[in-house]
Design a protein around this ligand. Sequence first.
Ligand SMILES: C[S@@+](CC[C@H](N)C(=O)[O-])C[C@H]1O[C@@H](n2cnc3c(N)ncnc32)[C@H](O)[C@@H]1O
Length: 245
Amino acid sequence: MKNNIIKSLLEKYYIKEMSNWENINADLIITDPPFGIEFTGKNRNYHRNRNNVVNGYIEWKVKEYTNEIRQLLETIKKNLKENGQALIFSGWNNSNIIHNEILKFKGLTLRGKMYWTYNFAPACKLRPAHNIYEIFWVTKGEKWYYHKRCSTIHCKEGEPNLTTLIFKRDYKMNMPKYPTRLPFNLLQCLLEHFSNEKDLIFDPLAGSGMLGIVAHILKRNFVLGDLNKNGKIVFKALLKYYLKN
Ligand SMILES: C[S@@+](CC[C@H](N)C(=O)[O-])C[C@H]1O[C@@H](n2cnc3c(N)ncnc32)[C@H](O)[C@@H]1O
């Protein structure tokens, strides 16, 4: 039974170039583009055994970054429902490019910006290091939904706000690892605020596919894509882990 569920969930992860997607009709897109900093995923300052990190992560060249972001915005527009919305992650280095391109882009409107802060202690011990991501919130139309409360520490502790999201990365031992995998609780917080049960959630740059796992557990449907076939290997290992636990 569990094997059948895993098989059917694996079929929702496609090895596909982001600009080849059309008419997915998603309610919510959450996506985390490459940083454009010649990131390999195998950097020494990460808190993990490098031998477990899979290969094949596709980085975007600095000189091509603006163009890639434009293509990502096209992909978002083509695959969102009329009243759909998207959350686009960005490292700090090139967030100015993402911000400017969203403002120039016709067909998506910037509604706000959030900051996710996370633990990055191994690097901070060595040198000054940022532990922040920006998350751009864009919508396609004039109507969208937003739930005031989620069931994570974001709303359970302190004052809930849509500015700062504080979640630790959830490292997994002795499993295939994907560079930059997003943590469960952060995705749970975003899905609970910005979507409803049965909604279709889409990520054309899915990496480990962590978004699909959280979406499934929260009773949302999902479609994922990435050009790196090793992402799907990590996705399978994570599915087994989370469906067992
Ligand atoms: C920052 S990672 C996403 C990590 C993901 N959020 C996770 O939780 O594991 C960006 C991903 O974009 C993929 N990618 C880069 N260019 C792509 C393209 N043109 N089409 C599809 N995937 C691409 C990379 O292989 C990488 O897996």
